[in-house]
Structure formats: structure tokens, C-alpha cells
Write a new protein. Structure first.
Length: 151
């Protein structure tokens, strides 16, 4: 590793791989904290990692790559708004209700859980038409978005 004082671009490939949890945390706080504080408007950190959850709060924009091809590039906040998990519980199990426009739709008895990608309002309206007893939505983590995008 070479030391360059105050570079505008810092590229890190799996920077915390092989580190124990305490050292990973210290590394992230020290390196990223110091780097961003120096001149946040002119600094970019490019990280390649499989440990998405460790960097969740630091990511402004992310790209998912599979087999060398870009699957998705979004600003992190936009991705969290766009990808939603919807959970609903009904009085009776619903038969033959299909949510093809959702990811990972899963029925367990009277309960439905699915992930939507940008079309939550239409799907929520459709679910509401079946009069659920309970209905909730939540934003996905970037790791959950990664998993949903590749399934």
C-alpha cells in the first residue's frame, strides 16, 4: 500500500476482509473519518466489498455487479426509497393472488411478504383491495437490495 497525502480518490478492495470485528470497526472509523473530514466535497472513496452492511451508513452511491456486468447503480437513499418490503396479514388465506411484479413474494398461511422495486403504490393498492388485517412497509438495507436484485 502506498501513502499519498490527501488524494482526491481512495480505492479500496475488500479493505476489511480478514480483520476481526473490533479492528474492522476501528479501521472504518479511522480511515473514513479522517479521509472525509479533510475535505468532504473533494473526496471520493471507491470500495469493492462483499461486506455491505459494514459500510451501510457511509455509502452515497452503489453499484451491483454480477459476472462483470452492472446490474444496478443508484444513490443509496434513492435505492432505499425505491426498494420496499411489504408485509400483510389477512383474515383468511388468499387463494390465487399473484404478485408477479414483485420480488420474492412469499405466502405463509394468512401472511404475505414481498419486495417491490419502485412500484410500491400500485402493489399496496392491490393488497388493500383484499382488506388486510395488518399492512406495513419498510425500506430495505443495501444488503437486502443486493440480494433482491440478484434473485
Amino acid at each position: 500500500m502506498a501513502n499519498v497525502p490527501e488524494p482526491e480518490l481512495l480505492v479500496l478492495d475488500e479493505p476489511t476482509s480478514g480483520l476481526d470485528p473490533l479492528v474492522r470497526c476501528e479501521f472504518i472509523q479511522t480511515v473514513f473519518g479522517a479521509y472525509q473530514e479533510a475535505d468532504p466535497g473533494r473526496r471520493t472513496v471507491f470500495i469493492s466489498t462483499h461486506l455491505i452492511s459494514e459500510f451501510e451508513g457511509l455509502i452515497d452511491e452503489f453499484t451491483i455487479i454480477e459476472n462483470g456486468k452492472e446490474v444496478l447503480t443508484l444513490e443509496a437513499d434513492c435505492a432505499r426509497e425505491r426498494f420496499q418490503r411489504i408485509r400483510a396479514r389477512f383474515a383468511q388465506p388468499l387463494l390465487q393472488v399473484d404478485f408477479k411484479d414483485a420480488h420474492n413474494a412469499r405466502w405463509e398461511g394468512r401472511e404475505l411478504e414481498l419486495v417491490v422495486n419502485g412500484n410500491s403504490e400500485g402493489i399496496l393498492d392491490r393488497i388493500k383491495s383484499y382488506s388486510p388485517e395488518a399492512l406495513s412497509t419498510e425500506a430495505l438495507t443495501l444488503e437486502d437490495i443486493f440480494l433482491a436484485s440478484l434473485k
